[in-house]
Design a protein around this ligand. Structure first.
Ligand code: Z5A
Ligand code: MG
Length: 209
């Protein structure tokens, strides 16, 4: 059986990841395609609820501890992602280990240290990085409500995404996400469709191994 693809949406705050990934998921469901949508942080588990408290600034944790919790939150769901893929269902994920690394390294922690807990997770077949400049992001709804939504910090995160993009140029596409919601969806859908076709018979690899 052809396996499903693992496709990640990444990008700085307010770049439109959640908006676009939901549109693409709905289009694929309407066409009868085998697709599953998830996101990280996945805030419903016990670990997810602790992360949620941290992001809303109601609890404080060391930079190392919260990093490990974000990673543990992915590992809680790694086997289920693999099961979907092996059963022919493609998985769309709103943020993944690249957010984990970029957001913690932006605080000054060592990049390789940041990667360690996520080593061995299912490796994505495609990373779609939605990119908007600071001014555009600031104008969009909701900016500033959670812990990391500060301009200087997001600038640092953007730099780290560039570094990760260079390391993963084989699977990474950067998309100018300043266009309208309607304009962006078809281009993103094309990348998703092409990846699903091209990885059908490839082995599932492990991230950072
Ligand atoms: N984090 C971490 O530190 N470590 C980790 O391992 C992981 C995450 C996985 C919460 O993530 C925080 O966790 C995040 C990283 C950190 N902190 N920050 N920053 P989250 O994914 O839950 O964050 P969020 O609250 O969903 O925000 P977001 O993902 O950054 O936003 P978005 O999904 O990219 O944007 P959106 O919700 O689709 O759109 C934002 C607004 O813009 C909304 O009002 C839209 O209607 C509007 N919008 C969207 N697209 C457009 C276009 N094209 N034009 C105009 N307006 C638009
Ligand atoms: Mg989002």
């Amino acid at each position: 059986m052809a396996r499903g693809a693992l496709i990640i949406f990444e990008g700085v705050d307010r770049s439109g990841k959640s908006t676009q990934i939901k549109r693409i998921f709905n289009q694929m469901v309407n066409k009868g395609e085998n697709v599953h949508l998830t996101r990280f942080p996945e805030r419903t588990s016990e670990i997810g609820q602790t992360i949620n408290g941290y992001l809303k600034s109601s609890n404080d944790l060391s930079d190392q501890a919260i990093h490990l919790l974000f990673s543990a939150n992915r590992w809680e769901h790694a086997q289920s992602i693999l099961n979907y893929m092996n059963n022919g269902t493609s998985v769309l994920v709103d943020r993944y280990a690249f957010s984990g690394v970029a957001f913690t390294a932006a605080k000054g922690l060592d990049l390789e240290w940041c990667k360690n807990p996520d080593r061995g997770l299912p490796k994505p077949d495609l990373v779609l990085q939605l990119d908007v400049d600071e001014e555009t992001a600031k104008k969009r709804g909701g900016f500033g409500e959670e812990r990391y939504e500060k301009v200087e910090f997001q600038r640092q995160v953007r730099k780290l995404y560039s570094q990760l993009r260079e390391e993963h140029s084989d699977i990474w596409k950067i998309i100018d996400a300043s266009a309208s919601v309607d304009e962006l969806t078809p281009a993103l859908q094309n990348h998703v469709d092409e990846t699903i076709k091209s990885c059908q018979n490839k082995d599932i690899e492990k991230l950072w191994i």
